[in-house]
Design a protein around this ligand. Structure first.
Ligand SMILES: *Cc1c(COP(=O)(O)O)cnc(C)c1O
Length: 372
């Protein structure tokens, strides 16, 4: 029996929803050749800062730059150590490397696959300057436990909020919980642009001024350069797209939550599939719906052959990648992340996913896991 295909992600459905609102703005920008800076960028920065609940939002070129700029703003560089979870997208580590500091990996907890607070505490050395908790898959990292430890040791908290636009926790909204936060508006994120984009969020006037200045060639007045900085800006076109999607973000996140609940109901009887858990106090925005199964590679391949999109976030814990193999960690160093990496599978999850599509995903998945 063959069933209609279900994509892993349906971005064209999002684009169709905003087209009537955004296309006239894009036409006007194109005609006026108004591409860098301007009113759409300023308006988006104001609206997103208000949505998250911080004093400052600085739009930048992408989420990786946002992380790098956040670390630079805190003065982190050569000789410093920055603690990060080993189960994350490589950008979290790259930002640390780019500023000249050393990433120190720690394991995740087995319930939520978020940074393990005890592992964080154990990894602290006199050179630790910052920790980057990652709000992975759409749920807030355990800042209620990480923050007191970080405070006691004088360690800065830089949030990686790329997967958590709108996520809440008992400690507050993701993006408001550290000294500074970085987010990404890569098209597939919960709030995605029509290309690369990102932002830095902070309540601190000094950090915000640094990021604004550094990301514009170290300049606050044209051709007056206070330092050698970089060029990382949010384009006006991206700002227009983001403003339109931001108006829909709460509705889209609620739609993701309803789909996550429905998956959990549908999968409850299928004992071969472990469904994701939400940490008490968290309101998850379900960037990804990550189940765990035995024989994951076979399941992934057979779903694909049956037209059901799925993905792996992430197949290789960072210490086992070629990029970070040189840091000297060996296989077995992070047993929870390593075991999870063999079992995790992200199912289709997006606001426009239909009940019918979800039921097809689950019926094919049930069939595939039963063959194991
Ligand atoms: C997407 C992502 C980033 C990087 O964002 P880009 O905009 O692609 O540079 C960083 N961290 C995490 C956890 C991400 O998912």
């Amino acid at each position: 029996m063959s069933v209609a295909a279900v994509p892993f992600l349906d971005l064209p459905a999002q684009q169709a929803e905003i087209a009537d609102e955004v296309l006239p703005v894009l036409h006007a920008q194109f005609a006026a050749a108004s591409f860098i800076g301007g009113s759409e960028v300023a308006a988006f920065e104001r609206e997103y800062a208000e949505y998250i609940g911080v004093a400052h939002c600085i739009g930048v070129g992408n989420g990786t730059d946002a992380l790098e700029l956040s670390l630079r703003a805190l003065g982190i560089g050569r000789g410093d150590e920055v603690i990060i979870p080993v189960n994350t997208f490589i950008a979290t580590a790259e930002a640390v490397t780019v500023v000249g500091a050393t990433p120190v990996f720690v394991d995740v907890d087995s319930d939520y696959l978020l940074m393990d607070p005890a592992a964080f505490e154990a990894a602290i050395t006199p050179r630790t300057r910052a920790v980057i908790p990652v709000h992975l898959y759409g749920q807030t990292a355990p800042l209620d436990r990480i923050t007191p430890t970080a405070r006691r040791h004088g360690i800065h908290i830089v949030e990686d909020a790329a997967q958590s636009q709108g996520a809440d926790s008992a400690a507050g909204r993701a993006g408001t919980l550290g000294a500074i936060a970085a987010t990404s508006f890569y098209p597939g994120k919960n709030l995605g642009a029509a290309g690369d984009a990102g932002a830095v969020l902070t309540d601190d006037d000094t950090l915000a001024a640094f990021v604004r200045n550094y990301s514009t060639h170290g300049s606050s007045t044209k051709y007056v350069h206070d330092r050698a900085g970089q060029n990382s800006r949010l384009d006006a076109i991206q700002a227009a797209v983001l403003r339109s999607k931001l108006r829909r973000l709460d509705r889209w996140n609620a739609a993701r939550r309803a789909r996550a609940d429905h998956y959990s109901e549908l999968l409850a009887e299928i004992l071969e599939v472990r469904t994701p858990k939400v940490r008490p106090g968290n309101a998850d925005v379900w960037h990804l719906f990550v189940v765990q199964v035995d024989e994951r590679d076979r399941v992934h391949a057979e779903l694909g052959a049956a037209g059901i999109g799925s993905a792996i976030h992430y197949p290789t814990p960072l210490h086992l990648t070629a990029a970070y193999g040189g840091l000297g960690y060996s296989a077995g160093a992070f047993p929870v992340a390593e075991a999870a990496a063999r079992r995790i599978l992200s199912l289709p999850m997006f606001p426009h996913l239909t009940t019918d599509q979800q039921e097809r995903v689950v019926s094919v998945l049930a069939r595939v896991v039963a063959r194991g």
